[in-house]
Every structure is written in C-alpha cells, then in structure tokens.
Ligand binder design. Sequence first.
Ligand code: GLN
Length: 326
Amino acid sequence: MEIGISKKELQALVREAYERFKDETGGKNADYIPYLAQIDSSLFGIAVCLPDGETITVGNCDYSFGIESVSKVMTAILVLKQYGADTLLYMIGADATGMPFNSIMAILLEKNHPSTPLVNAGAISAVSMVQPIGNSEEKWKAITENIAELCGSECKLIEELYRSESVSNHNNRAIAWLLKSYNRIYDDPTLSLDLYTRQCSLGVNARQLAVCAATIANNGVNPCTGKRVFDEAHAPRVVAMLSAVGFYEHTGDWMFTSGLPAKSGVGGGIMGVLPGGFGIAAFSPPLDESGNSVKAQKALQYIMNRIGAGVYSNRRVTVTQDVAAE
Ligand code: GLN
C-alpha cells in the first residue's frame, strides 16, 4: 500500500519530534574516549534528506560531531565497491553478534570470521581490506573520498578526537592483534587500527548523515549531487547489515520498535535508511548502555511510528510536493 506524506507534513512531524524530546535528560555522553565526555550534551538535531535532494533540518544539524561507528557503514560500502558482496561475506561476514560493539568474546566465538563490518572487529578488518594494501596515505584518501561522496561534502578530521581516541583505544588494539592471529587482518594490524581510529574521528553533521542515508535509500545515487556513488546491487546488502546489527545487541528491539534500518555511533549520531523513501539522521550525545543515543532513538522511533511505514510494513511511503497534498 502506498501512503503519501507531503513535505510540509514531514517537516511538521520532524519539528514535533524535536520539541517532544529536546528536554529529555536520559543517558550519558561516552566517556571511555575523553573528548566525547566534554561535548555539550544538550546538542540535538534531526535531519531528513528526500529523494529530490531537499533536506529538512531541525535543531543542531550543522554541528560537527565524531562520526564514530557510523563510519563503519561507509567503509563497508567501500569494501563492497572494491571487492563485491561475495568477498565481503567470505572475508568478514554479515552476521549479527548479539554482543557489544567492542566485544572480544564475539571474536573468540566466531573465529572463522569477524561477523560483520558494523562491529569494531569487522570494521578494523574492513579498513585493512581497503586498497591499495600497505599504503596508509592512499587508503586514507580512498576512505575519506568515499565518505565525502556518500555525504555530498567533505568530512574533516577532528584532530583532538583522533588524539584522544588513539591514546585510549587499548581494547581495539587487542581486537586488531586477535584478528591477526586468526588471519582476519588483511594489512598491517597497526596501520589498520590507526586508519580505523582516524575514520572514527572524522567530524560529520546530522545533515551529512541524512544525505549519506538518502544515498543508500536511493540505491547508490546521491540525491544532492546526482552522482552514482555505488552500484545499486549493493544497496539491499547495506540495508541487510544495518537491520542485522546496526544497534549491536539491541538491534532486534530497535527494529521491532522503529522498523528503521539504522546505524549508531558513540558520538551520538544515528543514521537511518528507509529504502526508496528517505534518509534520516538524528544527533544527541547522551547514550544508553549499549552506546546508542537516547534522544536520537526516541526522535526516530517517534517519526517512524507516526508515518507507519518501516521496512517490515507493507506500507510504502512517498513524500509528495505540498501542492499535491493540499
Ligand atoms: N571508535 C569507537 C570505538 O572503536 C566507535 C564505537 C562506536 O561508535 N560504537 O570504540
């Protein structure tokens, strides 16, 4: 069943969600990365990017925050572009772990692959696969160019975050070397870990995340630049990975309550993809115990439930011009 919502109605709904949750105080900034602990926890923004490239924004949508784990999606796309789906599945996997994002246990249990590029282990593995192997500078260029193409504009490194994360990433160092022992790091482990840490330290805003999500929702064509960023065959694979593990051990609850394939990051960002519909993002630093932004989750759940057209529903949403809806 097709359901229409006008741009004006969607704009009003996004504003309503913003007003409804802006004073919520639940959750806590990530503090295992010192830079993230001192970010203003009242920052809050919601952005939606439509298939015609128009973007609806409310709140702090131009504030650059740490992209963190949302970058895992972008680099998974790069690996799909460079190697194809079969190789990604064989070298990394596309499975849920049911465990926290930085779990060592998940690696020990599934030593034949790191499960998915959307948890730390698989993401470090994915970065290690980025070509050209062995060339840190060129790999970094490939990673950042791909992110810029997906987001429609460049994401700049937050130097202070990169430093903060580099001196506190002991768990990720253990992951990189454990993966090496299972032959699941495909480049130098130290180089791969450093590039992963750097990619997580890129600054992104909610508007850029919404554009990236819309590029996935639009089967690989960025609706703002009109450029094809990746082959359309990859889009459903990306959505499948988001649906399986985008919120780590709480992905089932998330999909059940929102119907929105999405990826969170400990910087407070969430990027959601409604295939054929739109890309949506929300940002607010305080997190729940799994590392997912509390306010961003509430806002996105609210919007999705009001529209009533998540991926498991037979209702397909079309955003119409206001004239047609009035
Ligand atoms: N860079 C962070 C880490 O590796 C990303 C975690 C996240 O956003 N869930 O711990």
